[in-house]
Design a protein around this ligand. Structure first.
Ligand code: TXA
Ligand code: MG
Length: 330
């Protein structure tokens, strides 16, 4: 159900949830100071209560309402990248609702870069908590239609068109001593962050989980990092090379199964239905969830996906795909 900007503001002020556009993905928003409204986010998404939410604020000056400390490194990052696809995790003020931060001592903050949502924050005079507007573990929505497909027609949606960035924000935590750590890769890369904030003194969450095999690493809580996030309903197989993907498609078709494929860049194609994305990280990110939603809607037996190379510019796309499907040993 599409609603106007004025109606979206009124519903949020009334303690209801509204799906809102951002430049990354659509969010399921509620007044970040209203616990009953916040609970509606968790029930609508069927999301466990121990997964904290990102608070979307209209302006950098509002950080002081949520965080006890705004270290210089975080100020520099905010001034460089906000409004934009960067979420900062900072020490939370005591009066920040434990519901929004799921009992964590920290709070996630971001100024989104979407004109309609910035206007919504301004006219409603609210800050809104908003996780991606999908059921827990499923694909994030990048259009109003995706939100309605995933959460049902009754969900009120402020339609702001297709999201330009297309995958979720980069998450960086900054501690009072000014140290920073990448918690979720995004289209603002770790190198972009390091240019402003200096080299990280802590390992990324991904490096830490690799260390875990040898040591009992002190991995901080990094929600959203568990397996099978961002998943389509169709079983999804991941391939590092096109030849193995094609081989698998032939085997599937020969045994009477149906499949579709998502491939990145030119080259030989499988004989099943494909969605082919240009070989550019920004373009793939912008189109990724749209392509997966479309392939998922075909309701075939398997969705075969070609992975991009394991290089820094592809880190965010690779992260989302790796957690959406199962890797074939190739
Ligand atoms: O681009 C985005 O970030 C989108 C749009 C709507 O802003 N939002 C989004 O929200 O992706 P969500 O809830 O799907 O993912 C946010 C992630 C979750 O994994 C959450 O657990 C983590 O951020 N998070 C939130 N607060 C945190 C905190 N205090 N410490 C560590 N992780 C936190
Ligand atoms: Mg999400």
């Amino acid at each position: 159900m599409r609603i106007s900007l004025q109606e979206a503001a009124a519903r949020l002020q009334n303690g209801e949830v509204v799906a809102i556009p951002t430049e990354t993905v659509y969010g399921l928003a509620a007044d970040a100071t209203n616990d009953i409204a916040l609970q509606k986010i968790f029930t609508t998404k069927q999301r466990p209560a121990d997964h904290p939410l990102i608070v979307h604020i209209g302006d950098i000056s509002q950080v002081a309402e949520w965080a006890t400390d705004f270290p210089e490194v975080a100020v520099k990052l905010a001034k460089t990248f906000w409004p934009g696809a960067l979420t900062l995790i900072l020490p939370a003020k005591n009066d920040v609702s434990p519901v929004v931060r799921a009992g964590e001592p920290t709070i996630a903050l971001r100024v989104p870069n979407h004109p309609l949502t910035l206007e919504l924050l301004r006219i409603s005079k609210l800050s809104v908590a908003a996780p991606s507007a999908n059921k827990f573990t499923q694909l994030s929505p990048t259009t109003a239609a995706h939100v309605e497909e995933g959460l049902g027609d009754n969900i009120p949606v402020l339609d702001g068109g297709a999201c330009q960035v297309g995958i979720e924000s980069t998450i960086v935590s900054v501690t009072t001593d000014g140290q920073w750590q990448l918690l979720r890769p995004g289209m603002i890369s770790e190198a972009d962050i390091a240019k402003i904030a200096g080299q990280p003194q802590r390992k990324t969450v991904v490096e830490q989980s690799m260390d875990k095999a040898n040591t009992v690493a002190l991995t901080p809580k990094a929600p959203g990092q568990h397996a099978l996030h961002y998943s389509p309903r169709t079983p999804m197989l991941l391939f590092k090379d096109r030849a193995t993907l094609i081989e698998t498609s032939v085997q599937l078709i020969n045994t009477g199964k149906t499949c579709v494929a998502l491939i990145i860049g030119d080259g030989i194609k499988p004989s099943c239905y494909i969605s082919q994305l240009a070989n550019q990280p920004r373009e793939v990110a912008a189109q990724l969830y749209g392509a997966l939603h479309q392939l998922d809607s075909l309701k075939v037996d398997s969705l075969l996906v070609e992975l991009p190379p394991d290089t820094p510019e592809w880190a965010a796309v690779l992260d989302r795909l790796s957690r959406a499907g199962f890797s074939k040993a190739n």
